[in-house]
Write a protein that binds this ligand. Structure first.
Ligand SMILES: C[C@H](CCC(=O)NCC(=O)O)[C@H]1CC[C@H]2[C@@H]3[C@H](O)C[C@@H]4C[C@H](O)CC[C@]4(C)[C@H]3CC[C@]12C
Length: 325
């Protein structure tokens, strides 16, 4: 499972947890402005916005899991196994393969509004990257540096672009149901609750935090959607970049999947392989991994964004303990 969140704290931060049972060997990949982006059914883009994000690279093509562009638009693909449906190539439509969607949007959209325009005539085409890399059933969240956010879902009913008022995405079920489910948690609050349950009975406030007693804590997608939304909505605003990115990772960690808790096959466990968060205005990509609790950063503006070849940084996976004596 995965969780993706946009957090507002003066600047805007966007990223995700990637939860899976296997490490696919992703790296931090920068696609500079003059790297030609090829699309199967759409014209190639020789010049476009620069992109940074987590990706694997196959045949010199960046298969982004999530990323942000230099205009402050962020996008992530999350598992949507079941409802996801891609269609045959359709005449008269903008046919985009699912694996192309992140580079297609981030290359050309400078806002969520522009992303919506790019999607207005889109058909998510059922095209595999290769025989080995078949299309993954995904849905997507797009967010920008104004805080706007949409969810993109291609189901048997067609392509839906939903406004996302909470700026959070996890996995199934379809987005409108995830949103409606939040109503079940209207009474969850940071403060201890008043006794409206049985006002004539003495119900002692025996613990701090009773307002969150019914906050879900499961690994499942609905639970993570509720918990990440609640945590984000009440996250403090920091006074510095370091404070903000620290807060951001705490939001993601509220729905971290620890090893051993989510068995997806006998003795095989999904866990949070990495968490990342980018400052959408500054183009700085931060990440940590399950093994490495340190926050690492790659600043896209420290690279030659006019270049024409992909730039990659290996993920730092080694835990470095700050030995104090
Ligand atoms: C499985 C994860 C989503 C995390 C998640 O929700 N996990 C588990 C679950 O809930 O079941 C998705 C996110 C991005 C996806 C990858 C990207 O879309 C890029 C690429 C696209 C190709 O069509 C398939 C492979 C490949 C490399 C995808 C494999 C599946 C990934 C890694």
């Amino acid at each position: 499972m995965c969780t993706s969140v946009i957090y507002t704290a003066g600047d805007y931060y966007f990223g995700r947890n990637l939860d899976l049972e296997v490490n696919l060997g992703q790296e931090v990949v920068i696609t500079p402005r003059n790297k030609t982006l090829e699309f199967r059914e759409m014209p190639n883009l020789e010049h476009h916005y620069a992109i940074i994000g987590m990706s694997i690279v196959r045949d010199d093509y960046p298969l982004y899991f999530d990323g942000v562009n230099e205009k402050g638009v962020g996008m992530a693909g999350l598992n949507f196994d079941g409802p996801a449906h891609y269609f045959p190539v359709q005449e008269g439509k903008d046919n985009i393969a699912s694996f192309e969607l992140v580079p297609y949007i981030l290359a050309a959209a400078s806002s969520v509004a522009e992303a919506k325009k790019l999607l207005s005539n889109a058909n998510i085409a059922n095209i595999n990257f290769s025989d080995k890399l078949q299309a993954a059933p995904l849905h997507w969240i797009i967010a920008d540096k104004t805080g706007a956010s949409v969810t993109v879902e291609s189901t048997a009913k067609g392509l839906n672009v939903y406004d996302n008022p909470v700026g959070v995405l996890t996995n199934n079920p379809e987005f409108p149901r995830q949103l409606l489910n939040l109503s079940n948690y209207r009474s969850v609050a940071p403060a201890n609750p008043a006794n409206v349950f049985a006002p004539n009975v003495d119900l002692p406030v025996y613990s701090r935090g009773l307002g969150t007693h019914f906050l879900p804590g499961g690994m499942d997608s609905e639970s993570r959607f509720v918990k990440a939304t609640f945590t984000k909505m009440h996250a403090p605003v920091g006074n510095s970049e370091v404070e903000n990115i620290t807060n951001y990772f705490h939001i993601l960690q509220s729905v971290e999947q620890q090893k051993g808790l989510d068995e997806v096959a006998p003795n095989t466990f999904e866990y949070t392989i990495y968490s990342d968060g980018s400052n959408l205005k500054k183009g700085i990509f931060y990440y940590k991994t399950y093994e490495n609790s340190q926050i690492n950063a790659v600043d896209m503006h420290k690279e030659d964004l006019e270049a024409s070849e992909l730039i990659t940084y290996p993920v730092q996976n080694k835990q470095i303990i700050n030995q104090q004596n």
